[in-house]
Design a protein around this ligand. Structure first.
Ligand code: ADP
Ligand code: MG
Length: 278
């Protein structure tokens, strides 16, 4: 077996409060090869903090610690902010939960995507434009020349999310962290965008961490799933073996998935008292 792309050992994220530090990620460990790993859990379970901590994007006064945070043989715990900046985008990319805040309002779509590539590689203008248009086509934008000239406020939310994905993928990173990348989209566009990511991940042999609160989506697009609850990993399983999951929280999530082939008066309510320490 080849060495894993990412090894995370005892990762912790905490924030200071008047009553002392509060841990929101409580010592999680996992490793990732060139595979699609899903992180699923309800809102507030620590999924985004985990993704951001890997890229060392937790803002002070938040604190990150880990016994090991290795990416492709690089010890991330020892990298300076400057060194992290050369890794981000080029080797590890993250599609953030809210694309509206990630796009620069005063730059055209084309300029932003070009910049995502040109900060890591020197290219002639002509080649750069060609690469940008090809990338826009890859995320299924039909008229890339026109869209490249638009500003973020001139495009829809769905197109914004596709543009974000284009920006993150154009430098061809080894690892993509996608944090609820389709949460702003309606269901039909959601599937389209996830198919695009899936296709690119498979073709380029990248590693993917797909973060979502939606167990259905994660099991459809990932090979392996980590279930998070209260800052901890409570279950790890292969996507295909989800039905055999044993942790009561995971069983609760599975039971809460509405199925198309049944009708129910109301969704079951998760009974947290079973597994939450009082
Ligand atoms: P998820 O992505 O699973 O919904 P997050 O990783 O964003 O959850 O957040 C995990 C926990 O960290 C939440 O309970 C949230 O309230 C807390 N949190 C996030 N940012 C801060 C902050 N700046 N200060 C204190 N607590 C925070
Ligand atoms: Mg989140």
């Amino acid at each position: 077996m080849t060495a894993p792309l990412l090894t995370v050992d005892n990762l912790r994220v905490s924030f200071p409060t008047p009553a002392g530090p509060v841990e929101v990620v409580k010592g999680i460990s996992f490793s990732l090869g060139r595979e699609r790993l899903g992180i699923v859990g309800e809102s507030g379970s620590g999924k985004s903090m985990t993704g951001r901590a890997i890229l060392k994007l937790i803002r002070p006064p938040g604190k990150v610690s880990a016994d090991r945070l290795d990416f492709a043989g690089i010890d991330l715990t020892r990298q300076s902010e400057k060194a992290m900046r050369t890794l981000r985008g080029a080797r590890i990319s993250m599609v953030m939960q809210d694309p509206k805040f990630s796009l620069n309002p005063v730059m055209t779509i084309g300029e932003q995507i070009a910049e995502a590539l040109s900060t890591h590689r020197r290219l002639q203008r002509r080649e750069l434009d060609q690469r940008v248009h090809a990338m826009l086509e890859a995320v299924r934008i039909d008229d890339p020349e026109r869209v490249a000239r638009l500003y973020p406020h001139e495009i829809s939310g769905g197109m914004g999310q596709r543009v974000m994905i284009a920006m993150m993928l154009i430098p061809e990173p080894d690892l993509l962290i996608a944090d609820e990348p389709t949460s702003a989209l309606d269901v039909s566009v959601q599937a389209q965008v996830l198919d695009i990511i899936d296709d690119l991940v498979k073709r380029k042999g990248m590693g993917l961490i797909f973060i979502s609160h939606d167990l259905n989506l994660v099991s459809a697009y990932c090979d392996r799933i980590l279930v998070m609850h209260g800052g901890r990993i409570v279950e790890t399983c292969k996507a295909g073996e989800l039905s055999q999951a044993s942790h009561p929280y995971t069983r609760g999530l599975i039971a809460a998935i509405p199925r198309l082939d049944e009708t129910r008066e109301s969704l079951p309510i998760l009974d947290r008292s079973q597994w939450t320490a009082a």
